[in-house]
Ligand binder design. Structure first.
Ligand code: NAG
Length: 264
């Protein structure tokens, strides 16, 4: 479950690779993504797995409809890509000249340790890296219905584990900034960016009708007023947050939001 909502987003600057002059250039020449179903743009469509979102009502608000994205519309990665000025969404396994989306609902299926691709990207000039922490998984509809909340809105033991993980990840990112003078890293606080103003708990009911595994029932009718939902299915939020790119609270991103990271 923790892996399911773990998102690492990597924003890279590949110097000297941009040869095409376009009307308005993106803030960075390339954009690479590593992550799970929160940023999958269709990689799992081709994998042998039950974790697929290649059927309605997924994509109901997405311009191209069903694509394998685990939400109603754009993913976080899509929204950040648009803010960065990319004219198109980064496709799954795209050509390395503009970026690659390794996001997969299998979390690790896109890239393997032994391939050494992380180091390869650094050698190519990857210098701006945003690392997302975990969201409050204990507040997702599927986790809430699976465990006893003891009268509370969320499963505290799950969220405690999330907090321990995030509290360890942020100092790790700080350390990377200290140890690598030519690369810049930032920690995006997924707990904070999914919080309502004032810290009220999220309304944690899914918009679509969910099956046992937390995904939407194929071809089921989703809620009509999607702006009032936080979760599209039992696990995945609607991509409503602009806060990784433009932080709203000093807690959202440390030391920079992605907009500032891209401008460094
Ligand atoms: C993330 O944000 C929440 C508040 O929204 C805060 O309580 C928590 O300490 C932050 N986590 C880190 C690692 O900065």
């Amino acid at each position: 479950m923790a892996r399911e909502l773990f998102l690492v987003l990597i924003v890279l600057e590949l110097i000297h690779l941009l040869t095409l002059v376009v009307d308005s250039e993106p803030q960075v020449p390339c954009y690479f993504l590593f992550g799970d179903s929160l940023v999958d743009s269709g990689n799992n469509n081709g994998f042998r797995t039950a974790a697929k979102a290649n059927y309605p009502p997924y994509g109901i608000d997405f311009p191209q409809g069903v694509s394998g994205r685990f939400t109603n519309g754009r993913t976080y990665a899509d929204i950040i890509g648009q803010f960065l000025g990319f004219p198109n969404f980064i496709p799954p396994y795209a050509t390395v000249t503009t970026g690659v989306n390794y996001g997969s609902a299998s979390a690790s299926a896109g890239i393997r340790e032994e391939s050494g691709s992380h180091l390869t990207l650094y050698k190519l000039g990857a210098r701006k890296i945003a690392v997302f922490g975990l969201a409050h998984i204990g507040c997702t509809p599927t986790v809430v219905t699976r465990f006893d909340t003891e009268g509370k809105p969320c499963i505290e033991s799950v969220n405690d584990a999330v907090t321990r993980f995030n509290d360890g990840l942020k100092p790790l990112v700080d350390g990377l900034n200290r140890d690598n003078s030519e690369a810049r890293f930032t920690f995006i606080n997924f707990t904070s960016i999914l919080e309502l103003q004032g810290g009220a708990p999220l309304p944690n009911f899914p918009c679509c009708q969910v099956r046992e595994d937390g995904q939407c029932i194929p071809n089921s009718i989703p809620c009509p007023i999607r702006a009032s939902s936080i979760f599209f299915d039992g696990l995945h939020p609607m991509a409503i947050a602009t806060r990784p790119y433009n932080a709203l609270s000093p807690m959202d991103a440390s030391p920079y939001d992605i907009n500032h990271l891209a401008q460094l």
